[in-house]
Design a protein around this ligand. Structure first.
Ligand code: SF4
Length: 98
């Protein structure tokens, strides 16, 4: 295998890794109007909820299900596959991170 061919293959691998990274970053935010968001009482701003289950200080960012990086403004939640929730959001499935 020539050096040039190895270089080209590495470039292809690098480009696809980059593409998948971009795709993850571009995951759309959950809309409060989505059917499952309504079912779970999701709000993008926890302070705006009028749900009786809400306890002050609860938010996606400190929920055990939140999969965003610490300090990230948004991240994935397994309850909303393929979408991102706001770190300041909240839903009725909230579980305090241990
Ligand atoms: S389960 Fe947790 S992280 Fe997911 S939307 Fe509800 S409060 Fe946010």
């Amino acid at each position: 295998m020539t050096t040039r061919r190895v270089f080209m293959m590495q470039s292809v691998v690098g480009a696809s890794a980059l593409a998948s990274g971009v795709a993850m970053a571009a995951a759309p935010m959950v809309a409060e109007t989505d059917a499952n968001a309504k079912a779970l009482g999701y709000v993008a701003d926890a302070t705006k909820t009028k749900n009786a289950k809400f306890k002050a200080g609860s938010a996606c960012g400190n929920c055990a299900l939140f999969q965003g990086k610490p300090g990230a403004a948004s991240g994935p939640c397994p309850l909303f596959a393929g979408k991102q929730v706001s770190a300041k959001g909240w839903c009725t499935a909230y579980a305090k991170k241990a």
